[in-house]
Design a protein around this ligand. Sequence first.
Ligand code: ARG
Length: 611
Amino acid sequence: MAAKVTSMPTVIGALKAICTAAQTSAFPDIASKVDVASSAMGADYQNNSALSLFGRLKAAGLPDGIKSPKDVAQRLADAMQLCDSEAMMAKVEVAGAGFINITISGPWFADRLNTIAQNGALPPPVQTQKVVVDFSSPNVAKEMHAGHLRSTIIGDSICRVLEFCGHEVLRVNHVGDWGTQFGMLIGHLKQVFPDFASNPPPIGDLQAFYKESKKHFDEDKDFAKLAHEEVVRLQSGDGASRYAWQQICDVSRAAFEEVYSRLGVKLTEVGESFYNEYIHAVVSHLNEIGLVSDSVDPADPSRVAKVVFPPNTKHEQPLMVVKSDGGFGYDSTDMAAVWYRIFEHQANWIIYVTDAGQAPHFELVFEAARAAGWATEATRLDHVPFGLVCGDDGKKFKTRSGETVRLVDLLDEAKIRMGKTLHERQLEQLKQKEEGATGGRVSLTEMDDATLETYAAVIGYSAVKYADLKANRISNYIFNYDRMLDEKGNTAVYLLYAGARIASIVRNSGVDMNALLASGARIVLVEPAEFKLGKELLRFQEIIELMLSTLQPNFICEYLYELCNLFTKFYQECKVIGDPAQDSRLLLLIALEKTLRKGFALVGLGYLERI
Ligand code: ARG
């Protein structure tokens, strides 16, 4: 049995390998960059290395027979043919001043596609790393807002791609579960539910509870004093305070979980409180190595905070590692967290997914971690910023009354709307069926209500995710149900329907796919529409690499959309069932289905078998 294939280099990576080997053999004494790119000139790719190589050769003394970049290109082209042990290239032609046009061989393409049909879409080979992805990270006792939804969706997609490539990923929910606001919350809890220790407090609406506590705090001086004492008690580990804190966190956790379960997102909670015990040592270390300075409040010189101004940052605002009251805050916690992740988790890549407004904060944290020598050259630190979610008016997304939209309601709304559409379509299809219509889609007619509901959830939630991911994350995006639930255009609905159509063509062929895959039948590309679809399928690894270098899931979305469009063209132009090329085309559809399934999963979408 052939060894199982677990990764696949990009096409361009495979070509680069050939070009590098060719260059080394043709010009062994000169080191020069190998430059391969996709070609806009009719060929598939171009090797553009000859010009700069000629420059280097000239400087070192031109070898015999080489007078121009064109000569270099010709010698390279000949060597490339010799190094092409897998017969990857059909044509290698020197053009213009010294470019080398490369046309990939049809059988080589087909061979790769056969591998995909057999093994599914494989990741590109990567050097695996230990990666911490800090995402979602809502705040206890506050409603998760649209920004947390974006962080959750984008962060999850990043994790999925990393995991697919074999990285070891820690999905960390850096929940805001610590800080002075807990004094007020615990104080209020103790007053409103004095028996909270024996009876779990029935706080249904934590946001309302937060508001009440805040009002209490702002209006009652005695209570404000009590709240301060409560913070001290909590931080010193007092049992009752700790228990009350736990109760409040539990209520929030359950609310967050409702969102995560709808989205199918997994996270490990390591909240701010977790780092509390490390902060002291971390700040002392920063102090010892001379990174900490005093910052005196000009309005009140008795108030002195401890700050870090990392070198290489352009921000006027420093990191505040100790507040003037001696307490620790968001900045101190993030310094302890980055320390913990590097030394305890042994992470060599840390990714933070938050709104763009926090970019200066993370730049400071990263530079401080580098200045402290914790993060080395080999440590990759990324802040993944994103823009706002806006309503149709282009302003920050809010309810009509100006409140934060509850994410659970938002997700349920998408599901309800999709459910309605599916019901309507079902009725239409039933009518058509009664009238004896043949053709058309009758797939919903046999679906019971429970299945319809599951479909509505898969499509509705997928639509919300996809609408978020398909936009360049840096820009703001407008949240609009009608648009995201449209079955035309670049939406999850369109993609899921295309996926279901492919699955149904394969099913309706009546061919046993496992038998076909085992039969030795091969994909043979003939028609232009087959070539186009096939070539696009082979870009999968390139897209994954692009996503990992930019951490932009929209590249995957664009790719999936393009694949579905090419499928539609293919299906218009190429008959599948009953055609002499049926086996080859079915295999091509299997390769496509497997790639789409993987791609959908990487952006967190479901996959529907029929619709
Ligand atoms: N809780 C923060 C917020 O809601 C996000 C935390 C992001 N992660 C971090 N390590 N600072 O804005």
